[in-house]
Design a protein around this ligand. Sequence first.
Ligand code: PMP
Length: 379
Amino acid sequence: MRSERTALSWLDDRERERREAGLRREVRLRTPGSALIDLASNDYLGLVRHPEVIDGAVAALRRWGAGSTGSRLVTGSTTEHALLERELAEFVGTRAGLVFATGYAANLGAVTALAGAGTLVVSDAGSHASLVDACRLSRARVVVTPHCDVEAVAHALQTRTEERALVLTDSVFSADGDLAPLPELHRICRESGAVLLVDEAHGLGVRGAGGRGLVAEVGLAGEYDVVVTATLSKSLAAQGGVVLASDKVCAHLIDSARTFIFDTGLAPAAVGAARAALAVLRREPQRAQAVLDRAADIARIAGVAAPVSAVVSVILGDPQRAFEAATMCRDAGVSVGCFRPPSVPVGTSRLRLTARATLTQDELARVEAVLADVLAIAP
Ligand code: PMP
């Protein structure tokens, strides 16, 4: 008898393959009042429950309603969106800013508006998935260069036939937590007339004076050929994304970035929360250094090299082993990230531990005890 194959039977095959490779994923629900110590989230500054951030969200919600009611160019832009854009641009050091519904949408919108057929896009092999997807959508010729390989970027730019070029990189890479060589990248971009787009998702709030980000730290904020993108969902404890650039670039994006034009504007509560989080960070700039200090504590406990961002990676190699180690941590009261392919290259599955400015010495002592157990057993 003919086996019963349907249009979606291939999904069963894929599911089996992923299960056998230790790559099944689960949606894990957080429950209210959980006592887990959080080393998994991106709430780097510990602001997600800060009373002023909650109040900022509630006040915006009450003033403007639950949703933004339309796309940014129709009804989805409130005066509060404009204030957030101005405040973020001023904080990072650019002339202008544009808020998007997510960081993902900010990257898609910025890249596709700045690159098209006739543009060369050069992207670091470690660039975030949203930049990878943006490359694909852009219809530009795309060259992916080895991770942090400035020579390879220079070569791609110098040998191009296209007049225009756009270089893409994360400032802080999300999986390893390492830093892009921004001054060198900018120098070769400037020499060959290319634009440098830097995703500061993991740099904002952590690197730079008072958390202004790595672009500001290396003195590139406000340069005409540098475009910064960021998310409001990590250090700024809210949701949403932003592009920070010159007036000219932002005006171009308003007219042509499809995720700006066709996506519904960011919800007012998220705008209010992000503004309040930024206000707290401005008042308490020491939070940024505290994240780096706590990351150093975590790295010492885990026995890995000193980190340069909030992200501490403990590479275990095998996905199943990483999964089991993460499960053991959670069972022992510590929530950790577990990154496996395709989020990281094959053979580099890992625990991803993220620091939070507000981690206490008691919490760190508990983490030390748990990691000692798990890492002694897991490898
Ligand atoms: N860029 C990087 C480097 C990220 O880590 C993320 C979030 N995981 C994004 C962009 C996307 O941001 P958002 O979650 O706001 O869409």
